[in-house]
Design a protein around this ligand. Structure first.
Ligand SMILES: Cc1cc2nc3c(=O)[nH]c(=O)nc-3n(C[C@H](O)[C@H](O)[C@H](O)COP(=O)(O)O)c2cc1C
Length: 207
């Protein structure tokens, strides 16, 4: 079993990375493979709503990180999506990535557990967690929680490490994610499959 961790921050070894790494460390201890996908500093364009991805599972634009992230997501059993808080929101590059990933390849996420992790100097954390959770809750994904909201505080990795409660929240998240994955796996072995989906109904409120 494998968990894909996405670091939305341009700082590849910054605060968000520090938080994600603590959760990843525990997942590995629990026997779950992990992989960190770094968005880095290169630009990621926003979704243009062209619909070119429909039934293809890939975005029409192949010149940035999105299709590479989709390939990684397809091979994962669970996800932890991390973001620095920018103006009380998840950072723009991450949102551009998630819009395009979930639109082009939403099917690969279905019924797989996921969690949001955010890092902030001070504020905007719960709004940013809510924002990321919305991708999960439109794709039948069980949301994994921790003993408190999944945030750390700091402007530098050293400050984040001093947020002892935040670091404990990350370790607890790692354990909870491992437990959820093991329960799903055990369920499959016992013949409990994912629920059967109904034929989709789409109502656009135009009459
Ligand atoms: C453009 C920008 C906007 C920010 N907005 C906020 C904010 O609204 N609230 C906050 O507490 N910190 C804010 N910060 C600080 C970062 O969220 C914080 O330093 C975070 O831990 C950085 O994570 P990173 O090292 O993974 O990039 C902002 C930083 C930047 C660059």
């Amino acid at each position: 079993m494998k968990v894909l961790l996405i670091n939305g921050s341009p700082n590849e070894a910054g605060c968000t990375f520090t938080a994600l790494s603590e959760a990843a460390r525990i997942l590995e201890e629990e026997g779950i493979e992990t992989e960190m996908f770094q968005l880095g500093k290169k630009p990621i364009r926003g979704c243009i709503g062209c619909g070119g991805c429909v039934n293809k599972g890939r975005c029409v634009f192949d010149d940035d990180a999105v299709n590479r992230a989709i390939e990684k997501a397809e091979g994962a059993d669970g996800y932890i999506i991390g973001s620095p808080v920018y103006f009380a929101s998840a950072n723009g590059a991450l949102i551009a990535l998630l819009d395009r990933m979930f639109y082009a390849a939403g099917k690969c996420f279905v019924y797989k557990p996921a969690a949001a992790v955010v890092s902030a100097r001070r504020a905007g954390t719960t709004a940013s967690i809510d924002e990321i959770n919305k991708y999960f809750s439109i794709r039948n994904m069980p949301v994994v929680s921790s003993k408190y909201w999944t945030m750390v505080h700091g402007n530098t990795p050293e400050e984040v490490k001093q947020d002892l409660e935040g670091m404990q929240i990350m370790r607890t998240l790692g354990r909870n994610m491992a437990w959820m994955l093991k329960c799903i796996e055990a369920g499959k072995k016992a013949g409990i499959d994912a629920p059967e989906a109904e034929t989709p109904v789409k109502t656009n409120f135009i009459r």
